[in-house]
Design a protein. Sequence first.
Length: 179
Amino acid sequence: MWDVVKLVILAFIIVWPIHKFVFQPFLVQGPSMEPSFFDKEYLIVEEISYRFEHPRRGEVIVFKSPGNPEDYLIKRAIGLPSERVTIKGGEVTIYNDSRPGGFKLDEFYLPSGLTTGGDLDIQISSNQYFVLGDNRSVSLDSRSFGLVDRKSIVGRVWFRGWPLSKITKLSTPVYSVRP
């Protein structure tokens, strides 16, 4: 019996810090990230890299809901700190120090013909992010609840573990810049 207790304690000592500070499971709920992620898919969120670096454009992140910090949301980081984001005519345009004239975001991961609804012009502060769901017509995102504070971000989606037919390690998209 004592050996079992020692084994359970040892497993807890090893597993708990990994779960608390490195990786965390996440279950997708709802259609806001379709077609990239579907309802009931099981994801692994990597938490450690954001302790040393900032989220990059295009990364899918998990964060505490601005409306209810008990809930977690999954969205794509679109606008980065100190940038300006506009949405007009269904297109997202980013303005920053390296591209003061702006560039249209080429979101190749979205279905052909999908546009981003709304008419928006927002300046992002130094510790905030503008996020959008991939299923723009049903997603509650920064267009509705505003910017996401850096401290609310839990981590980036690193791995899809379920369903088995879709197991994959995820990567950050590389955008082509359109004027």
